[in-house]
Design a protein around this ligand. Structure first.
Ligand code: AP5
Ligand code: MG
Length: 217
C-alpha cells in the first residue's frame, strides 16, 4: 500500500502516520524528519536545508525530490506512507514518474483538513523526543511525567521552527504552494478529505476505515 498523507503544518500528519504504519506494517517516510536527521548529522544536505526550514520556506524541489526518491527505493514491498512529501505540484509529478518507472503508483491520498485557527495552538504546544522521535502536546497528548519522554526518559524539546512567527510563514507557504496539490490529486487518484479538527483518536478511526476499505478491495 502506497499512501500520501497531505495536510497543513500541525494537522497531525506525523501523529497519524505513527498509527498507520503500526497497523499496516508500512514504512513512515517523513521528509521533515529526514531533513532534521540530516541537520543533526551535519551533512551538506542538512546545511543546505537549514535556512529554508528555519524561516518556514520550502527547501528547493531538486534537493527534496532526490532525497525522497532515495528513501522510497529502500521501502519494503508492503509499502510506505509519505508525510510532508510531495509539497508542490512539481514534486508530485516527479514522484509519479519515479513510481511509474517501476510500474507503481500511489494507491490513496488522505488530506487532513484543519482550520488555521487551531494550528498555532497545536504547534506551539508540541514537544518531541530528540531520542526516539515521539511527539506529545502539552495539553492534548501529555507525557506521563511533564517534559519527559514515556518511551526512554529523555527530556522533551521544542522544534526551532515552532515559534508563532515561523508557524505563520509555514502556514502561508502551505496555502500558496502545497494546497494546489489537492486539485492535482482529486483528479488523479483515490482521494479523501478527512476532518482533522477532531481528536487524534477520532481522526485515526476515520483513517483506519478508509484504509481497511482499500485493503479489502
Ligand atoms: P515538516 O516536519 O513536514 O513540518 P510540517 O508540515 O510543518 O508539519 P508538522 O510536522 O509541523 O505537523 P504534523 O502535521 O506532522 O503534526 P503533528 O502530528 O506533529 O517540515 C518541516 C520543514 O521541512 C518545512 O517547513 C520545510 O522547510 C521542510 N520540508 C519538509 N518537507 C518538504 C518538502 N516536501 N519540500 C520542501 N521542503 C520541505 O501534530 C502537531 C501537534 O498537534 C502535536 O503536538 C500533536 O500531539 C498534536 N495533535 C496532532 N493531532 C491532533 C488532534 N487531532 N487533536 C489535537 N492535537 C493534535
Ligand atoms: Mg510532522
Amino acid at each position: 500500500m502506497r499512501i500520501v498523507l497531505l495536510g497543513a503544518p500541525g494537522s497531525g500528519k506525523g501523529t497519524q502516520c505513527k498509527q498507520i504504519v503500526g497497523r499496516y506494517s508500512l514504512l513512515h517516510l517523513s521528509s521533515g524528519d529526514i531533513l532534521r536527521r540530516e541537520r543533526a548529522s551535519g551533512s551538506e544536505l542538512g546545511k543546505e536545508a537549514q535556512s529554508y526550514m528555519d524561516s518556514g520556506a520550502l527547501v528547493p524541489d531538486e534537493i527534496i525530490i532526490k532525497m525522497m526518491a532515495k528513501a522510497i527505493e529502500k521501502a519494503p514491498d508492503s509499502g510506505f506512507v509519505l508525510d510532508g512529501f510531495p509539497r508542490t505540484v512539481n514534486q508530485a509529478e516527479e514522484l509519479d514518474k519515479t513510481l511509474a518507472n517501476d510500474g507503481r503508483s500511489i494507491d490513496i491520498v488522505l488530506n487532513l483538513e484543519v482550520e488555521d485557527g487551531i494550528i498555532e495552538d497545536r504547534i506551539t504546544g508540541r514537544r518531541s523526543c530528540p531520542q526516539c522521535g515521539a511527539v506529545y502536546h502539552i495539553r492534548n497528548l501529555k507525557p506521563k511525567r511533564e517534559g519527559i519522554c514515556d518511551n526512554d526518559g529523555t527530556e522533551l524539546v521544542q522544534r526551532p521552527d515552532d515559534t508563532p512567527e515561523v508557524v505563520a510563514n509555514r502556514l502561508e507557504t502551505y496555502h500558496r504552494q502545497t494546497e494546489p496539490l489537492v486539485d492535482y490529486y482529486k483528479n488523479n487518484s483515490t482521494f479523501f478529505d478527512i476532518d482533522a479538527n477532531k481528536s487524534a483518536d477520532d481522526v485515526k478511526d476515520i483513517l483506519f476505515d478508509k484504509l481497511d476499505a482499500l485493503v479489502a478491495t
